[in-house]
Every structure is written in structure tokens, then in C-alpha cells.
Design a protein around this ligand. Structure first.
Ligand code: GRF
Length: 217
């Protein structure tokens, strides 16, 4: 069985979307994969409660309990390694990870970013997209490297930006597609349809089509 560990910091809607897809598509039977643990750096994260409801291990590694980023990451890495995961899925995990941590899990960590990378790296992406006047916005799933929001791109979903949008309506529209594209990307990575090779996300045309969504307003 391929093991997936999910890292969160908050509400966990992307985690739920992936788990719901895994249940609906019976991943444990059809592709031999399951989410084995959800880990949060915030003990109060709603997503930890949701994980428990699914019967999935829910673990808090509170970053505030450590003197340094390195000490926090060492503990986090130990907890992750105890599950021997094939894939580590960052889903709203709001801590920057150092090169030391990332290199321990090269090619195994995915992240979802709420913008069409390489545009709008960092925070506050929806307001920045509106302020920039772009006509399309969206979300990107990528491998995590030491380059923040800069790792190889696996999947993207694009949505229109409407004149009536504010950051909230745009975030809602993007989030609906995050939930679809992230489940697809996790499945493609866990089955080997996408692989990390020499700093690139490698896939065939059919997989690339499956990992590109053009959304509606
Ligand atoms: C998502 O918008 C994701 O793109 C960003 O943080 C948010 C997490 O939402 N990185 P949730 O916790 O999955 O509901």
C-alpha cells in the first residue's frame, strides 16, 4: 500500500477533498494508496478534527513549542518518517520549509498554491491578482523544492476573473478547482503517472491533459 501523509495548518478543505476522492474512487483497492496521517503545526487546526472523523491519525507538531525552525523541522521530519510515506502532501501548510528538510524528501513533497505560478508567488494571491487586473487566475500543484513556490509544476487549473470579483469570491472560485486538481495530482503522483526527474515533473500527454483544468466563472 502506498502511504500518503498530509500536512495542514487550518481548515483542511483540500485534505477533505483528496480523502473524499480516495473513498469515492476506492483508492486503497484500485490504486493501492491511502492517506495514513494528517499532521498540523497548529494543534487547533480544524482539519485535525476532520481527520479523526475519517479514522485517520491526526498529529499536532506545534511549531511554537520549539526554539528554532530547525528543531521544529527535525521533529516534523521524524513524525513524517515514522509513517514511511510515499508522498507528502502540503495542503494549506503555512510554514516555510528549509532546504535541509526538503532535501530529506526530494521528489516526494507536493504543494498547492492559489495562483497560476510563476505569477503571484507568496501570500494574498487573490487580491494581488485583482489589483493586477489579470483576466485569468487559478491554482498550481507543484513539487516542493527549496525555491519557495518555485518547484516543478505538476498541474494547473485556470479560472476567469470577473469585474465584480473581490478576493473572497475569487478565492471561492479557485478553491473549488483546487479540490479537483489536487486530488488528480496526488493520484497521478502516487501511481507514477507523474514522476520527479532531474528537477522536472515528467508525464505523458494524456496525463498532462488530465492535470490541466479550464474552469468556469
Ligand atoms: C488553499 O487556498 C491553498 O491553496 C493554500 O491554503 C489554502 C488552504 O485551504 N495554500 P484548506 O486548509 O485546504 O481549506
Amino acid at each position: 500500500m502506498k502511504k500518503i501523509v498530509v500536512l495542514i495548518s487550518g481548515r483542511g478543505s483540500n485534505f477533505v477533498a483528496i480523502e473524499e476522492t480516495a473513498l469515492r474512487e476506492a483508492w486503497s483497492r484500485t490504486i493501492g494508496a491511502q492517506i495514513v496521517a494528517v499532521i498540523s503545526n497548529r494543534p487547533e487546526a480544524k482539519g485535525l478534527l476532520l481527520a479523526k472523523e475519517y479514522g485517520i491519525d491526526a498529529v499536532a507538531v506545534d511549531h511554537k513549542a520549539f526554539d528554532s525552525r530547525e528543531a521544529f523541522e527535525e521533529k516534523l521530519a521524524q513524525v513524517i518518517e515514522s509513517y514511511e510515506p510515499d508522498l507528502i502532501v502540503l495542503a494549506g501548510f503555512m510554514r516555510i520549509l528549509t532546504e535541509g528538510f526538503v532535501s530529506r524528501f526530494t521528489g516526494k513533497i507536493l504543494n498547492i498554491h492559489p495562483a497560476i505560478l510563476p505569477s503571484f508567488k507568496g501570500l494574498d494571491t487573490h487580491q494581488r491578482a485583482i489589483d493586477a487586473g489579470v483576466r485569468v487566475h487559478g491554482t498550481t500543484v507543484h513539487y516542493v523544492t527549496a525555491d519557495l513556490d518555485g518547484g516543478p509544476i505538476i498541474a494547473q487549473a485556470v479560472v476567469p476573473v470577473l469585474p465584480s470579483d473581490d478576493a473572497h469570491t475569487l478565492a471561492d472560485r479557485v478553491l473549488g478547482y483546487e479540490h479537483q486538481i489536487y486530488a488528480r495530482a496526488v493520484k497521478a503522483c502516487v501511481t507514477g503517472a507523474v514522476s520527479y526527474e532531474n528537477g522536472r515533473a515528467v508525464m505523458d500527454n494524456e496525463t498532462a491533459r488530465y492535470l490541466t483544468l479550464l474552469g468556469k466563472a
